[in-house]
Design a protein around this ligand. Structure first.
Ligand code: NAG
Ligand code: NAG
Ligand code: NAG
Length: 357
């Protein structure tokens, strides 16, 4: 090139070549080193990889398999470089192996502790159950490197649902009380009198009428009838069966929010709900000195159209997104992996699970 031949230029073609090549090599080396370190600290640049993370699901939760054909994480969720597999023969090449807790605890599945664990492979413990239903996890001390749970402090958080901001402001529904006939509704299949929710229900139904559906009252609702039925209620008792850290289930996201009834919640403390749901979108039982007072409040709000409508204003800004597909939860490992610390061991996962609220 003419430019290189010019005498006024500060370097000869050869020197220029070296000057340009050396930094390139150094940069290339840097990339390779980051690569070997398992992409840790490399989240600055998303043009990295081409390297696929292989996630092996050891057994399907509740023994219900889903199709893993094609590039599932990309095809369904637009998550790249994520190879989701359930063939155990791929164990030696898996980056992460995921174990659903239920089957381990019940003994129908076992950890593959007889095989040597490939270097750098991480084992993940996965559960959507509250601690009370996870069983004693002390046998799993020093086994797992990762937790996958609805809890916000899990390595991978997989909530039952969430609210996403609407891109443009939604329209305001003028009359939220149209077609409503019941003041308070509750759907319960697993009624146990020692649950706190059962005591609250009893006290509440002494103050105001509570319409009960579900197997307990031999009034089962098909999944098709669930939301239309709830839509005819002013308030819905989104009472969790367990009061545990962050344990907020589809009773809030689907039954109440999507059903169009105002949720009355019992579960983790008020602050946990406030962190994930907009103010004035739910009523927490802790807002009242007594259940009786709460019953009276519900009655008052029902009579006051304007006040009742306040509980629906959030719908102008938010939409509900339910998470029900295990594949989505597993693909999330790939999209979050850059933010995880790569060398972690849960030395006492039982204590982690049973952490106080
Ligand atoms: C990653 O997976 C995709 C889709 O299966 C495949 O096309 C690609 O070749 C893989 N890349 C590497 C580096 O293995
Ligand atoms: C109220 O119920 C009627 C009859 O079932 C239905 O056609 C109408 O769409 C309902 N209105 C709302 C706002 O849900
Ligand atoms: C995962 O946990 C095992 C068992 O405690 C440990 O030996 C291994 O170093 C951990 N691996 C990573 C990548 O953190």
């Amino acid at each position: 090139m003419v430019w290189f031949n010019s005498k006024r230029i500060f370097c000869s073609p050869m020197k220029c070549g070296i000057i340009l090549t050396v930094p390139c090599c150094v940069f290339w080396l840097f990339i390779q080193i980051q690569w070997l370190k398992g992409n840790e600290g490399f989240s600055c640049c998303h043009w990295n990889t081409g390297k696929n993370l292989t996630i092996l699901l050891w057994h399907w939760p509740f023994e219900i398999p889903y199709s893993l054909g094609g590039d599932v994480c990309w095809d369904l969720y637009r998550i790249p470089h994520c190879k989701l597999v359930d063939r155990r023969s791929l164990f030696p090449s898996a980056d992460v192996v995921v174990f659903h807790n239920r089957e381990l605890i019940q003994g129908s599945q076992k950890l593959p502790t007889e095989f040597p664990r490939p270097r750098g492979q991480r084992w993940a413990w996965m559960s959507l159950e509250p601690p009370h239903h996870n069983g004693n996890l002390q046998q799993f001390a020093n086994i797992f490197n990762m937790t996958i749970s609805y809890r916000r402090d899990a390595d991978i958080t997989i909530p039952y649902g969430e609210l996403l901001p609407l891109e443009s402001e939604g329209s305001l529904v003028e009359d939220n009380s149209v077609n409503k006939s019941s003041l308070v509704c509750w759907v319960v299949s697993n009624y146990q009198s020692h649950h706190k929710r059962s005591r609250v229900f009893k006290e509440l139904s002494a103050v105001v009428p509570v319409q009960v559906y579900g197997n307990w009252k031999q009034k089962p609702l098909s999944s098709k009838d669930l939301l239309p039925t709830i839509s005819r209620c002013y308030f819905y008792l989104a009472f969790e069966n367990s009061e545990a850290k962050d344990y907020i289930t589809e009773k809030l996201w689907k039954n109440a929010y999507q059903g169009g009834a105002v949720p009355v919640v019992l579960g983790p403390p008020m602050s946990h709900y406030k962190d994930v749901a907009p103010p004035n979108s739910f009523i927490h039982i802790d807002e009242f000195k007594s259940v009786k007072e709460m019953g009276q409040y519900l009655q008052q709000v029902k009579e006051d159209k304007k006040r009742y409508a306040e509980y629906f204003k959030w719908k102008q800004h938010w939409m509900v997104r339910l998470h029900t597909d295990w594949r989505e939860r597993l693909c999330k490992i790939c999209s979050q992996d850059n933010h995880l610390s790569q060398n972690k061991v849960y030395s006492d996962i039982d204590a982690w699970d049973k952490a106080p609220i």
